[in-house]
Design a protein around this ligand. Structure first.
Ligand code: S3P
Length: 447
């Protein structure tokens, strides 16, 4: 677990103003490295997220023979020299996925198809997260997977094998599970079909065709892959749009602080990632698209956010996967709105980098919010402001730390947010960009 690092946050001294370019999308950055490593030829990637999670993915593929070359100091542009679908070599040491569930779960699908043995570890948070959801389907496909607690927890030991395609009905709405099975399907005899209980982010399905591998969408909940036998590096640079999950922190902050007016540049608006905007729009936030376009296979827009009086609402359970990573900061919006916000059927939040229902309830209650914990969600009665002067614990979870930094902007005095260092996993420039638009947040000086 990424323990340590304390933020001092809030209150904002005035309205938030300015243009802001958030870093590249985390989900797509993982996938671009993975597909680049498995492709024949050299893949160029732009807009890569230079976060610890994505560096972990890059390092794991380097350990299996792919060559990653950084083309700028910020590590947002790179090339990946792929080894071809059957060219990975057995890693000499354990693979380390760090804090990243996406890295661990997607790579499990790839390792399942390899003719070698590998062991994957992570940090304490990752070791507490469920892996059965990916171990089970790749076992049915023909891989041997073992781990702690009967093969349900990391470290995982994976011996790949000749896989067979399956018709997999996923018990959980998870893009990580869907992607794991599709990636294993690249190595299988025959076709693989995945059926989901609710539609989830489709970046794997959108990106595979750039590498010459078709994915057939049967309907909103079903996809099928017939393995082409190889991936080929795209001629065009793989461009990654700005991460909507990072943009949401600033969208909520600007909505809450009177007189604010910010412009978020070229944000991914894929409908399967756009739940945060739909929830905020239902809460009467003032959000508008200024310039719509496409980056690679993904739709983008500039999004203007102006302050508004937010209202409570009940989240439609079908929309939950589309906003799954944004709930910590959406709880902050709800805590500072008028009326009642209800979220149900969101038990998946309990198995993220932390138990995000419990950690947000504890942190917001410490600041005087009216938030009630339910097994599968929360009920929040909004109020006009929160009280500061307290220390809260982000539990090594990046999104809890950033959500509480946003909440602090509307407090009567500053708060300390402990165990916030994990911000580096997804948004290392968060504090700098937040300061640029006028948020009051800084790292506590190390003594
Ligand atoms: C991700 C899928 C989601 C999300 C995670 C990234 C992905 O997880 O929470 O941050 O890149 O596929 P689940 O698929 O487990 O919901």
């Amino acid at each position: 677990m990424n323990i340590g690092g304390t933020l001092i946050a809030g209150p904002a001294k005035g309205p938030l103003k300015g243009n802001i370019t958030v870093p590249g999308d985390k989900s797509m950055s993982h996938r671009a490295i993975m597909l680049g490593a498995l492709a024949e030829g050299v893949t160029k990637i732009e807009g890569f997220l230079p976060g610890d999670d994505n560096f972990a993915t890059a390092a794991m593929f380097e350990a299996m023979g792919a060559k990653v070359t950084w083309l700028n100091a910020e590590k947002t542009t790179l090339t990946v020299e792929g080894v071809g679908l059957y060219g990975l070599k057995e890693p000499e040491n354990v693979l380390d996925a760090g804090n990243s569930g996406t890295a661990a779960r997607l790579i499990t699908g790839i390792l399942a198809g390899q003719d070698f043995h590998s062991v994957m570890v992570g940090d304490a948070s990752l070791h507490s997260r469920p892996m059965q959801r990916v171990a089970d389907p790749v076992r049915v496909m023909g891989a041997t997977v073992d781990g702690r607690e009967g093969g349900h927890k990391m470290p995982l030991s994976i011996r790949g094998g000749q896989l067979k395609g399956i018709d997999f009905v996923s018990p959980v709405a998870s893009a990580q599970v869907k992607s794991c099975v599709l990636l294993a399907g690249l190595f299988a005899d025959g076709e693989t079909t995945v059926t989901e209980p609710k539609a989830t982010r489709d970046h794997t399905e959108r990106m595979l065709p750039l590498f010459g591998q078709a994915v057939e969408r049967i309907d909103a909940l079903q996809v099928r892959l017939k393995p082409a036998g190889k991936l080929v590096a795209p001629k065009d640079t793989v461009k990654i749009p700005a991460d909507p999950s990072s943009a949401t922190f600033f969208a909520v902050a600007a909505s809450l602080i009177e007189g604010s007016d910010i412009l978020l540049d070229s944000i991914g608006i894929n409908p399967r990632r756009d739940g945060w905007r739909r929830v905020l729009a239902d809460m009467q936030a003032d959000l508008s698209f200024e310039r719509e376009g496409k980056v690679g296979a993904e739709p983008v827009a500039d999004i203007r956010v102006q302050a508004a009086a937010l209202q409570g609402m009940q989240v439609n359970p079908d929309d939950i996967p589309d906003a799954i990573d944004e709930f910590p900061v959406l709880f902050v919006a709800a805590a500072l709105s008028q009326g009642t916000f209800v979220l149900q059927e969101a038990e998946e939040l309990r198995v993220k980098e932390s138990d995000r229902i419990a950690t947000m309830v504890a942190a917001l209650q410490a600041c005087g919010a009216n938030i009630e914990e339910k097994e599968d969600g929360v009920i929040i009665q909004g109020k006009a402001s929160l009280n500061g002067g307290v220390t809260v614990d982000a539990h090594g979870d990046h999104r809890i730390a950033m959500a509480m930094a946003v909440a602090a902007q509307k407090m009567d005095s500053e708060i300390r947010i402990e165990n916030a260092a994990a911000i580096a996993t997804s948004f290392p420039s968060f504090v700098d960009l937040a300061q640029n638009i006028g948020m009051n947040v800084r790292w506590e000086a190390e003594v």
